[in-house]
Ligand binder design. Structure first.
Ligand code: KIV
Ligand code: NA
Length: 263
């Protein structure tokens, strides 16, 4: 196997092969997931909830993400390492660059930023300075207080149009990848068809270029309420490795997500 890179991810999309991503927060799981062929390991700010027991992702700091990114980077061999920019770490392009450098120096190959047109300038600023960026649209959990809860986004014609405009602006600004969270299946397909960069869905339907889940959700160990888009891949398996293998197979063969996981 070879190192996963932005060109190799684009080649998967061009070949019509689905891209697999999972969240990961430590070296042991990184080694296991990497060995199962998961292409992208995301050090998500979801760690605030699944590792630290917070009620939202808002308390997570750049130092928290950097600590877990370093651990994941040590455990992974081939996977592309994607680190979340946490809440409050990208208010201006300069602040974003300063914080993204901390994550790249900890081992990230790419950083992820939540938000639409307002972050495009920051995306361009980072990409010009050699930091690849993954955008994130739809349900953006760092905006829980302005969104008024964790709800499906893009259900009206107006909000769907706005999301498509945002996606095009982020691509034009240089984003390499786009996470789409909790949007209708039809919109996930429309956005994917509109863009040249790959899309990675979580509750965005089967037509995205790839899929992502939070590892604690797909292993059935998160004690909270289970979102519609979650599938417990431990069911029917006798090891964590077999569950991750089953996830990779199900994404690759298009059997996950099924209709019951979609909006
Ligand atoms: O933090 C996270 O786990 C994420 C994924 C849900 C995409 O951003
Ligand atoms: Na996140």
């Amino acid at each position: 196997t070879k190192a996963v890179t932005i060109p190799s991810i684009n080649a998967l999309k061009a070949a019509g092969e689905k891209i697999t991503m999972l969240t990961c927060y430590d070296a042991s799981f990184a080694s296991l997931m990497d060995g199962c062929g998961v292409e992208i390991l995301l050090i998500g700010d979801s760690l605030g909830m699944v590792c630290n027991g917070h009620q939202s992702t808002l308390p997570v700091t750049v130092q928290d993400i950097a600590y877990h990114t370093a651990a994941v980077a040590r455990g992974a061999k081939n996977a592309l390492i994607l680190a979340d920019m946490p809440f409050g770490s990208y208010g201006t392009p300069e602040q974003a660059f300063h914080n993204a450098v901390q994550l790249v120096q900890a081992g990230a190959h790419m950083v992820k930023i939540e938000g639409g047109a307002w972050v495009a300038e920051t995306v361009r600023f980072l990409v010009e300075r050699s930091i690849p960026v993954c955008a994130h649209l739809g349900l953006t959990p760092q905006s829980v207080h302005t969104l008024g809860g964790y709800k499906v986004q893009g259900k009206t014609v107006e909000s769907a149009d706005l999301l498509k405009q945002d996606a095009l602006k982020l691509q034009a600004a240089g984003a390499a990848l786009l996470v789409l969270e909790a949007i209708p299946t039809a919109l996930g397909k429309e956005v994917t068809d509109l863009l040249s960069m790959p899309t990675i869905g979580i509750g965005a339907g089967p037509d995205c270029s790839g899929q992502v889940l939070v590892m604690h959700d797909m292993l059935g160990v998160f004690p909270g309420r289970k979102a519609r888009f979650v599938k417990n891949f431990m069911e029917g398996q006798t090891s964590i490795q077999a569950a991750v293998d089953a996830y990779v197979s199900a994404v690759k063969d298009g059997s996950f997500p099924a209709v019951e996981h979609c909006f």
